[in-house]
Ligand binder design. Structure first.
Ligand SMILES: [Zn+2]
Ligand SMILES: [Zn+2]
Ligand SMILES: [Zn+2]
Ligand SMILES: [Zn+2]
Ligand SMILES: [Zn+2]
Length: 178
């Protein structure tokens, strides 16, 4: 899993003891090796699994996965109390790391993907509703005559007769290919 936050978001910048030497980011779910060096759980596990030898990334002393320990509560508390800004543009939220996860889930400035097929835009959640309505990839049903589906983009060029003929032609070639 990638980090949910970036080291630049922290105000003030976190002290080096709270930075993981593997990912250079603020420790996430930290664990301690026998040599007392601390890394993110996922970073050190990956390092030990993929590296040529099982050694600490910092001091090169031997480390085994089973010897990894959860850090003292004090360190976790220090991390939880770090202040950081929300990563979403336009949002002025700034609180502790402990509250960050809960905030990003509900942040009004978080970007969500448009659900319409063919549209690859992401939008701040508070303007997604308006976009979904106006999105040219929104599918609508013709209320004139044919009742066929088309996207908002195709509305001005939609012609019931042509649409039905195209559909029939498609069916025809489908049957011919059988
Ligand atoms: Zn890390
Ligand atoms: Zn070490
Ligand atoms: Zn936010
Ligand atoms: Zn869209
Ligand atoms: Zn029509």
């Amino acid at each position: 899993m990638s980090q949910l936050y970036d080291v630049d978001q922290f105000v003030p910048a976190p002290s080096v003891e709270l930075i993981c030497a593997v990912c250079q980011n603020v420790l996430l779910d930290p664990v301690e090796c026998d040599c007392r060096h601390v890394f993110c759980r996922s970073c050190i596990s990956k390092w030990l699994a993929e590296g040529p030898d099982s050694s600490c990334p910092k001091c090169r002393s031997r480390v085994s996965v089973i010897s990894l320990r959860t850090v003292v509560p004090l360190l976790q508390n220090l991390l939880n109390e770090l202040q950081l800004r929300c990563a979403n543009a336009g949002c002025d939220w700034q609180k502790s790391l402990e509250q960050y996860d809960a905030h990003v889930k509900v942040c009004a400035f978080r970007r969500l993907p448009c659900p319409h097929k063919g549209c690859f835009q992401t939008l701040p959640s508070d303007s997604l509703g308006a976009h979904k309505e106006a999105c040219e990839h929104r599918v609508i049903k013709c209320s004139d005559w044919c009742g066929l589906d088309f996207t908002l983009q195709q509305r001005s060029s939609h012609n019931c007769r042509t649409a039905v003929l195209t559909l029939l032609n498609g069916m025809q070639s489908c049957l011919n290919n059988k």
